[in-house]
Write a protein that binds this ligand. Structure first.
Ligand code: CNA
Length: 277
């Protein structure tokens, strides 16, 4: 971080200054860009954290390499590893975190322009973030279809297969896959249609992502130079900190949003909202 360059949008590169900016009335459009790290405290492992991340724990699935579990050509040959994992990750087993509640609170305050998520766990929806404010950039477990004829497949049949550990197939014989984006597949059109909103943001809050999967990882770079950018993450990521109005909050997302909520005077409201979800 180049501490010598004075910020322009913020008075200071601190959490307090970010809160002041949010409360000033000049910050009308907040964009979140989030990843697996916002859901780890809900009990869902991320990909890359050494030791606890999914990639460290996939040996038992006998994969050629960890990413193969989300690779469309590997899935065609062997869907078993994906369905083994899907059983563990399937929505319904997890509760939104206080970080998800914070995104909802920003929406309730009328400040949320868009929340771009890489997560497929649908915990933002579960927290009550309005659907029209969400971009599930890598799709989600909320729907599924045949990978050959593309026919949709029913939720209840899907749940049955997930729970019983069997592989769902379309009447045409093709494999059924949740509408999550695998390596080798295009991102949903909603992602491409919404990218320009990153450019409109007054404040971008990046949370819980190593920013290593493109094109998502390019989003913070699209923010204008009159946008303040905040990174709340265990480690630095995406070069955030290199611009004059960047603020780094290294640590857990839950601690980070609680600190920010406290500076905003929203702390009691945040906990109340989270408890009601
Ligand atoms: P990643 O590459 O595993 O990075 C996670 C980042 O979050 C790392 O930088 C961690 O240091 C950080 N982190 C982990 N726990 C915390 C915490 N409690 N507080 C703050 N920071 C934390 O995951 P990305 O999301 O960046 O990678 C993109 C992939 C991961 C997407 O394609 C997702 O679909 C995929 N994924 C999603 C889920 C989910 O839906 N919950 C889970 C696992 C992987």
């Amino acid at each position: 971080v180049d501490e010598d360059v004075a910020p322009v949008v913020l008075t200071d590169r601190t959490v307090k200054a970010v809160a002041e900016f949010i409360l000033s009335g000049n910050c009308k459009k907040v964009v979140f860009m989030v990843g697996a790290g916002i859901s780890t405290s809900a009990g869902i492992p991320d990909f890359r954290t050494p030791g606890t991340g999914l990639y460290s724990n996939l040996q038992r699935l006998n994969l050629p390499h960890p990413e193969a579990v989300f690779d469309i050509s590997f899935f065609r040959e062997n869907p078993v590893p994906f369905y083994t994992l899907a059983r563990e990750l399937y929505p319904g087993n997890f509760k939104p975190t206080v970080t998800h509640a914070f995104i909802r609170l920003v929406a309730d305050k009328g400040l949320l322009l868009k929340c771009f998520t890489q997560n497929i766990d649908t915990l933002e929806r579960a927290a009550g973030v309005p659907a029209d404010r969400m971009v599930e950039a890598h799709g989600s477990f909320a729907s599924q279809r045949c990978i050959d004829c593309k026919a949709p497949y029913s939720d209840s049949d899907m749940r049955h297969h997930i729970n019983s550990g069997t592989i769902p197939r379309c009447p045409c014989g093709g494999l059924v896959k949740p509408d999550i984006t695998f390596f080798g597949e295009a991102l949903p059109s909603t992602f491409h249609d919404s990218i320009h909103l990153a450019e409109e943001a007054d404040l971008a809050i990046v949370m819980g992502s190593s920013l290593s999967v493109y094109p998502f990882a390019a989003l913070p770079g699209r923010c204008s130079d009159t946008c303040a950018r905040v990174l709340i993450n265990m480690e630095s990521a995406g070069g955030i900190g290199s611009r004059r109005d960047d603020v780094l909050m290294l640590g857990t997302c839950d601690n980070g949003v609680r600190r920010l909520a406290k500076e905003l005077g929203w702390d009691v409201e945040l906990e109340k909202l989270w408890n009601s979800i």
